[in-house]
Design a protein around this ligand. Structure first.
Ligand SMILES: NC(=O)c1ccc[n+]([C@@H]2O[C@H](COP(=O)([O-])OP(=O)(O)OC[C@H]3O[C@@H](n4cnc5c(N)ncnc54)[C@H](OP(=O)(O)O)[C@@H]3O)[C@@H](O)[C@H]2O)c1
Length: 283
C-alpha cells in the first residue's frame, strides 16, 4: 500500500508517521519539508506544484493532514486560511483522482452550542477556521468519489499542548484555570490511529464521514483527570468560566459523537482516565 501523508512535519502527521509509518510504504509531504530526508516539499495550495507532485508519486491513499488549525491566525487572515485548508484539498482531489483521500477535519465544523454532533449532522461553523474546514470537506466530497472525511476533536498524546501546559504549571506549583463550562470530546491518539488504519485498509467503506473522538468532558475535568493520573497536585486545577472570562473560540459544547463510526468500522473508545494514566506511565 502506497500512502502519501500531507502535513507530515506537523503534530498530526508526526503521530501518524510514528504510529503507522512502518505499516505501509509511506512518504510525507509538507510545505517546508527537507527533500534530503526523503520527504516531498510542495506548497499544496499551488495547483501547479500539486500537478508536478502527482507526476512524482502515485499513492493508493492520501492522508491529508496538512492545513492551518491556528484559530487566531485564521480569523486574522481568512484568505491564507482558505488557501491552507480549502485550496490544498481541492488541488489534491483534482490531481489525484485515483487515490483514496482521507481528509483530517475537525469538530469546529459544528457551532459548539449543544454537543453530541453525529457524523451526519448539518454543519454550522462559526469561526473562520471552522468555515474553511467545512468548505474543504464539501469541496472534497463533491470533487472526488474517493474522498473521505475523518473529524477529530482535540488530539492528545503525552506531548499535547494542553497537557504540557498543565503538567509544567502544576510541576512548578502554579495554579491553572480551566473552563468547567466548555465541553469537548478530546481524541486519544491511539483511537485516532485505529480508525485511520481501518479507513486506509478497508476494501470498501460504507460511509463518507467518520468521527474519531473520546468521551465528552469539560476542560476542567480533563485537566483534573490528568493531574490525578500524573500524580500532580489536583487542588491547583481551578474552575473557570468561559462566559466570565470571555474566552475566544471555546464553546459551550463542541463534543462529537461516534456511534456510526464505531458501528461501521467495528471500533470502540476507552476512558480518558485510563489513557492519561497509560501516557504518564510511559512518558
Ligand atoms: N491537532 C489537532 O488536535 C487537530 C484536531 C482536529 C483536526 N486537525 C487538523 O489536522 C491538520 C493538521 O493539524 P496539526 O495539528 O498537525 O497542525 P500543525 O502542527 O500546524 O501542522 C500543519 C502541517 O501542515 C503543513 N502545511 C500547511 N500548509 C501547507 C501547504 N500549503 N502545503 C503543504 N503543507 C502545508 C505544514 O507544513 P510545514 O510545517 O512544512 O509548513 C505542517 O506539516 C489541520 O488541518 C487541522 O485542521 C488537527
Amino acid at each position: 500500500m502506497k500512502v502519501l501523508l500531507t502535513g507530515s512535519t506537523g503534530y498530526v502527521g508526526k503521530l501518524v508517521c510514528a504510529g503507522l509509518g512502518s505499516r505501509w510504504d509511506m512518504v510525507g509531504v509538507s510545505a517546508h519539508a527537507d527533500e534530503a530526508q526523503g520527504l516531498f516539499r510542495c506548497d499544496l495550495a499551488d495547483a501547479e506544484q500539486v500537478k508536478l507532485l502527482s507526476q512524482r508519486v502515485t499513492p493508493d491513499v492520501i492522508i491529508h493532514a496538512a492545513g492551518d488549525k491556528n484559530l487566531a491566525r485564521c480569523e486574522a487572515s481568512p484568505v491564507d486560511a482558505y488557501m491552507a485548508n480549502v485550496q490544498t484539498t481541492i488541488n489534491l482531489a483534482q490531481h489525484f483522482p485515483e487515490a483514496r483521500i482521507i481528509y483530517i477535519s475537525s469538530d469546529y465544523v459544528f457551532p459548539g452550542d449543544r454537543g453530541g454532533y453525529r457524523e451526519d449532522d448539518p454543519l454550522g461553523p462559526v469561526t473562520v477556521y471552522g468555515r474553511t474546514k467545512a468548505c474543504a470537506e464539501l469541496a472534497g466530497l463533491t470533487l472526488s468519489p474517493n474522498f473521505y472525511v475523518l473529524r477529530l476533536s482535540a488530539l492528545y498524546d503525552a506531548n499535547a499542548t494542553f497537557l504540557r501546559f498543565v503538567r509544567d504549571s502544576l510541576t512548578r506549583g502554579e495554579a491553572v484555570n480551566c473552563f468547567e463550562d466548555a465541553y469537548y470530546s478530546p481524541t486519544y491518539y491511539g483511537d485516532f490511529l485505529i480508525v485511520l488504519e481501518r479507513l486506509v485498509e478497508s476494501q470498501a467503506l460504507s460511509r463518507r464521514i467518520y468521527h474519531a473522538c473520546g468521551q465528552r468532558i469539560s476542560r476542567y475535568f480533563f485537566a483534573k483527570t490528568f493531574a490525578r493520573a500524573a500524580n500532580l497536585e489536583q487542588s491547583l486545577v481551578h474552575q473557570a468560566s468561559r462566559v466570565t472570562e470571555q474566552a475566544s473560540f471555546l464553546f459551550a459544547d463542541i463534543s462529537l459523537e461516534n456511534t456510526l463510526t464505531c458501528e461501521s468500522l467495528d471500533v470502540s473508545v476507552g476512558r480518558h482516565q485510563e489513557y492519561l494514566s497509560f501516557l504518564e506511565m510511559n512518558s
